[in-house]
Write a protein that binds this ligand. Structure first.
Ligand code: PLP
Length: 381
């Protein structure tokens, strides 16, 4: 048997990782500015994280949700405190798509409706509802047909036009990641909150990529001062250990059997997520992401050849006048830097660990300048 071939692969085989660095099977070293799609939040192989998971593994790695697991309580309490959502409840699952699937289902249980409003260039995952609210027909199968309206991001008029009492939920990314770092305006998020209240629709913030401190607040939507009814999290939550969740406003009534999962909230996953929160708090990574991100974006804006620098904290998009595939290949092969792409082919996505150092950022900036000097060569070849 072979792996089902759905991923275009970079020619790198990482075998070891520490902090913001990876080593491949030839012992070549790479600086990781992407964290495997924004997953590495506290740095690869953080010693506290390794210790917590190792200790847990010696005791009990897994049992199902049919027994008492105090680690779920500890995780919910710590997440509530750090995110300032102490009055919300937490449902644990395993991936970002699953978190969105459960949030949309919960919204429909709540108001009995099924029409969803999502936004242009959105990405919410690949399960049935999550992919139906993803603005990319090429990854939707016929069986994924749900009632979804896509409204242009930040188009207040179009949003107001689409909103009425038949809308079940509005789902929006705190900052759009896959789209190439597109930021909803504060006033747009405030309008969504207001209209959802008016029509008793459910406001869902997808913080799968933009959450966990990355943007300089625990959640990106907190920059706008809004409070969504449901918030989905994954990626940075477990620093690589698969875990995800839905933060749920207390107005949603829990009922036995309403939602469920075999693996979600297992002992090892909880301990990984607790370790992440402990490190974010102890090392003040949210404040660090804010300060470092601002400084870095100012530096990037000084570099010739970048059309636009967008982002908040350590969630940054660099848009160029040309498709970035050659530039990205050059950054990786010549300078050993790992960066991300986006659905917008002219955008590089930077989503490093929140523990990245100024020195590592400088290394990237210098290499980018060198690569851009060769940009004409890439364009001709
Ligand atoms: C905003 C957002 N939501 C949901 C997902 C889906 O997460 P997962 O791949 O863990 O299912 C992603 C993944 O890129 C994402 O960026």
């Amino acid at each position: 048997m072979k792996p089902f071939n759905v991923y275009p692969l970079q020619n790198i085989t990482p075998v070891k990782a520490k902090g913001s660095w990876l080593w491949d099977s030839n012992n070549e070293k790479y600086l990781d500015l992407y964290g495997g799609h924004a997953v590495i939040s506290i740095g690869h192989s953080h010693p506290y994280y390794i210790q917590k998971i190792t200790d847990q593994l010696q005791n009990i790695a897994f049992y199902s949700n049919s027994v008492i697991n105090p680690l779920q309580e500890e995780l919910a309490q710590k997440l509530g405190e750090l995110s300032s959502y102490t009055d919300y409840n937490l449902f644990l699952c395993n991936s970002g798509a699953e978190a969105n699937e459960n949030a949309l289902k919960l919204a429909s249980f709540y108001n009995g409706r099924k029409k969803v409003i999502a936004f242009s260039k959105s990405f919410h995952g690949r399960t049935s509802l999550a992919v139906a609210t993803t603005n990319d027909a090429s990854i939707q199968a016929h069986i994924n047909s749900h009632e979804v309206i896509f409204v242009e991001l930040n188009n207040e008029e179009a949003f107001i036009e689409a909103m009425d009492e038949s809308v079940c939920a509005v789902i929006i990314e705190g900052i759009q990641g896959v789209a190439g770092i597109q930021i909803p305006e504060n006033s747009f998020l405030q309008l969504i909150e207001q209209k959802c209240k008016e029509f008793n629709a459910v406001f869902i913030a997808d913080e799968v990529q933009s959450g966990y401190g990355r943007t300089g607040n625990f959640f990106a939507h907190q920059h706008a001062g809004v409070k969504p009814d449901l918030i989905t999290v994954a990626k940075g939550m477990g620093n690589g250990f698969p875990i995800a969740g839905v933060l749920i406003n207390p107005k949603f009534q829990a009922k036995y059997g309403l939602l469920g999962t075999t693996f979600g909230g297992n002992h090892l996953a909880c301990v990984a997520a607790i370790a992440v929160l402990d490190v974010i708090k102890e090392e003040q990574l949210i404040e660090k992401a804010k300060a470092l991100g601002e400084k870095w974006m100012n530096e990037l804006k000084q570099i010739d050849g970048i059309k636009e620098v967008r982002g908040k904290g350590l969630m940054i998009g660099l848009e160029f006048e040309f498709p970035i595939s050659e530039l990205k290949n050059n950054l990786t092969s010549e300078h050993h830097l790992l960066v991300g792409t986006a659905s917008n082919k002219n955008v590089i996505r930077l989503l490093p660990a929140l523990t990245i150092s100024e020195k590592e950022i400088e290394l990237f900036n210098n290499a980018l300048v060198k690569s851009l000097e060769n940009a004409n060569i890439f364009l001709k070849s």
